[in-house]
Design a protein around this ligand. Sequence first.
Ligand SMILES: *Cc1c(COP(=O)(O)O)cnc(C)c1O
Length: 370
Amino acid sequence: MSKTQETVLEIHLDALAHNYNYLTSHLQSDTKVMGVVKAFGYGSDASEVAKELVNLGVDYFAVAYVKEGLALRDAGITQPILVLHPQPINFEILIDRCLEPALYSARIFRSFVAVAEEKKQKDYPVHIKFNTGLNRLGFWESDTSWIEERLNETTSIKVKSLFSHLAASEDMGEKEFTLGQIENFKKIAADMTERLGYAPMLHQSNTSAILNYPEAQFDMVRTGIGLYGYGNTEEYDAKLKPVARLKSIISQIHMIEPGETVGYNRAFTATHYAKTATIPIGHADGISRKLGNGVGSVLVHGQKAPIIGNVCMDMLMVDITGIECKEGDEVIVVGADQTASQLAESMGSISYELLTAISQRVKRVVCRKP
Ligand SMILES: *Cc1c(COP(=O)(O)O)cnc(C)c1O
């Protein structure tokens, strides 16, 4: 790996391969894999991740919005792409670029059929989403007859899959609720399959469900966070490898006398002769102000250097008193030794939020070898 000379987000494709193989080792041999690459591949680089997942044998992709699917098509991805949360304004381009919509409500269903008919489509692949307890998006169990009637009125679409999403698959304290969601989905799927007269694919599991509910794999699983190296528990985090590693350097070192302050609002006051380092990464790069004032740290030569004072837009300051280092040296913000879940936990958040917050200003560097 070349020397770090500015703030970069390294994307380690060997870690992605490790995570893919770990997750798929938990699957039955015929279970398909949908790689979730929404939000720039959980803050990494959706196109690079998607291309590597194709090499690894992924079957399907999922994104949240149409725009994200278009970016994958522009990058040359030809695999099927499910758009989890499309809006009618994008249905024409969605069809033009062969993206597949999740139909999650009567409003979305009607407007998609209208566009598909106008564009003279036949059997356009769609995915029907059911709400089984997350109460976020999806048809209800009682909507199956409405869906059947609407499907009988058109030949423009064909149901490729039925799916649902779990609310708490990472939380074994909610096992009973999750098992209830799985049973509910089975019931809806049986009802819907009978009404359709053919068997679309079924899928309900996200990463934590792959690990915690092997009985709920159905025909396909949708994995996001696990691919990027996080498993929502310390145990699974230890088995996976972080794909994204956020590195920076020491721009400048200062010696501060007792009583002097550091940063905006003079939020840090030195109580000792302190050595401080200024790092070129701030809240505009996705480092939350919540990590300021000692809540978060960075690693300098493997040693913890706490963030002092307020995180600025473009930089932050850390206390490096007692750490042997010099200007230009590398700093680890997120990596194998300080993971996104650990840093996120210090501010009451989760790996998902910290990773996806890493802004587009940070240069992405793809790394292929360990
Ligand atoms: C984001 C998302 C996933 C992926 O969840 P992970 O916990 O990251 O594996 C799966 N399904 C749906 C509907 C999602 O929105």
